[in-house]
Design a protein around this ligand. Structure first.
Ligand SMILES: Nc1ncnc2c1ncn2[C@@H]1O[C@H](COP(=O)(O)OP(=O)(O)OP(=O)(O)O)[C@@H](O)[C@H]1O
Length: 263
């Protein structure tokens, strides 16, 4: 379970670590205005849930999910994972919440698929047998079993995304968070990533997907949280949420009972 209470994150005060940490959204002493990226958000993400965090560019989605494992430290409010405050045990939070970043190139660190997926477990100091087991299972989960020896730079965008997901899965997190996982992927690649997410969720993995485009994931979600200007504007099951989301500049699936504001 991930629990946020009254979380506010700001960027822009000069001298604040990591760029966030201002005490207001007015001008600072040096004349630099602080940006309130996340504004007093309270949220529960139960185990097993497939949650989609949707919103326009700049609505605060990335900042919000980065508080889940301490990559961003809130200026106000608290974040707890499995009952423990993130700032009290950063290692526990990072183990419990696996993160797949927006561009898998930012995440892939080794030359080959197997070495890349093994990287995280190796840093945990696990035995070779345990590392091999995790790599095998993680690659199987993204439908890339037996491809350990392939070079990362020879993979397609969709395959790289799936290797990045496997790398996060090899850490055996309670929650898997993916930030805009479909950016830059062609249709078959998107479908293959969607299929993998569906299968992972079916097998019990908790998934959080950050997106401004719901076409791929609306049908998978248990719940959609829509952000606008750093605040939760919508928090509802998909059928209800898609009615309000177009007003937040979020692209929703076309056809059926769902509308697409872009026409
Ligand atoms: N490192 C940073 N320094 C200063 N401002 C930032 C930083 N990161 C984000 N912001 C600002 O905070 C606000 C929220 O950004 P964030 O990236 O969390 O939103 P987002 O919804 O994920 O956007 P996108 O879809 O474009 O990634 C935006 O106004 C953005 O410009």
């Amino acid at each position: 379970m991930i629990e946020l209470d009254g979380v506010t994150c700001r960027y822009g005060r000069s001298g604040s670590e990591g760029g966030n940490g201002a005490d207001g959204d007015s001008d600072d002493a040096d004349g630099t205005a602080a940006t309130v990226a996340v504004d007093d958000v309270s949220l529960r993400v139960p185990d097993g849930e497939f949650l989609v965090a949707a919103g326009a560019n700049g609505s605060g989605k990335t900042t919000l999910v980065r508080t889940f494992n301490g990559l961003v430290e809130p200026d106000a409010g608290t974040v707890a994972v499995n009952g423990t405050p993130v700032d009290a045990d950063l290692v526990a939070a990072r183990s419990a919440v696996g993160m797949v970043f927006q561009d898998p190139r930012d995440q892939l660190v080794a030359a080959t698929v197997g070495a890349d997926v093994a990287f995280g477990p190796e840093n945990l100091g696990l035995s070779h047998t345990e590392i091999d087991r995790r790599v095998d299972e993680a690659l199987a989960a993204v439908n890339m079993a037996g491809r350990e020896r392939e070079r990362v730079d020879s993979l397609s965008g969709g395959e790289r995304e799936r290797v990045a997901i496997a790398g996060a899965l090899a850490m055996e997190p309670d929650h898997l968070v993916l930030d805009e996982p479909f950016t830059g992927l062609d249709e078959p690649a998107r479908r293959s990533v969607v299929d993998r997410l569906r299968a992972l969720h079916r097998e019990g993995t908790s998934v959080v997907v950050v997106t401004h485009d719901l076409r791929d994931v609306a049908a998978l979600a248990d719940r959609i949280v829509g952000l606008a200007d750093g605040r939760v504007a919508v928090d509802a099951p998909p059928e209800e949420a898609v009615e309000s989301l177009p007003g937040l500049d979020v692209r929703v699936p076309e056809g059926g009972e769902l509308r697409n504001p872009a026409g």
